[in-house]
Write a protein that binds this ligand. Structure first.
Ligand SMILES: CCCCCCCCCCCCCC(=O)SCCNC(=O)CCNC(=O)[C@H](O)C(C)(C)COP(=O)(O)OP(=O)(O)OC[C@H]1O[C@@H](n2cnc3c(N)ncnc32)[C@H](O)[C@@H]1OP(=O)(O)O
Length: 168
């Protein structure tokens, strides 16, 4: 039987989707396999604070999860280049419940010199596809992505890829 390895991806502690220091966040985890570049699986369980109508995941929150999952599918094969979202299109096919463990499977469909595109499916445990999405990203150096929006000064990089303000 062929062996493969699972890898957890880097996180930003305060990120709404992946951070564990964001009290309102999704605390999603992302797993890639070394035999499946360009593909990532995001796992999360929406909390009551993430709902819109009672018991139903807010569509904007689902969009954030889909956006990040596709963006992370790219870094499986390009660890030093990240993307910023240029365009995100979603179809809300079925209601997405709160309190159930859900998965989002993202794949990269096209890479050019400056951009990449991908798709994802947000699925329930029984396989129901609740949301599908497609998105386009601009490839940018990590330093530019962090530097453009930070007034905290320069960042340094932890071994696991997390940006932390220089001097901490
Ligand atoms: C450690 C932490 C863990 C993290 C792990 C990794 C996670 C990864 C997952 C993360 C996932 C979450 C990710 C997030 O949440 S990223 C957050 C959401 N996205 C953004 O903040 C991106 C904001 N936009 C920009 O920064 C710039 O627009 C970019 C960089 C994209 C281009 O700026 P740049 O300075 O390079 O180019 P330009 O401004 O001279 O324009 C050039 C041409 O392009 C056209 N144009 C520009 N924009 C768009 C557009 N949007 N759609 C269509 N066209 C567009 C423009 O009209 C012009 O065309 P023309 O007039 O020449 O014909």
């Amino acid at each position: 039987m062929a062996c493969s390895h699972l890898h957890n991806q880097p996180i930003n502690d305060e990120c709404f989707v992946c951070g564990f220091d964001n009290p309102a966040g999704l605390e999603a985890q992302f797993v890639e396999r070394d035999d499946a570049p360009g593909r990532v699986v995001g796992l999360f369980t929406p909390k009551p604070i993430h709902q819109s109508y009672p018991g139903r995941l807010h569509g904007g929150v689902a969009a954030a999860m889909c956006d990040e999952t596709i963006g992370r599918a790219f870094i499986t094969d390009h660890p030093d280049q990240w993307g910023v979202t240029m365009e995100l299109k979603l179809r809300y096919r079925k209601p997405t419940p709160i309190g159930e463990s859900l998965e989002v499977v993202g794949v990269i469909t096209k890479v050019t010199r400056r951009t990449f595109e991908g798709t994802c499916e947000l699925r329930r445990q029984d396989g129901t596809v609740c949301v599908t999405a497609e998105a386009t990203y601009m490839i940018l150096p990590v330093e530019r992505i962090v530097g453009e929006c930070s007034d905290e000064g320069s960042y340094v990089w932890e071994d696991d890829g997390r940006p932390v303000p220089a001097g901490e």
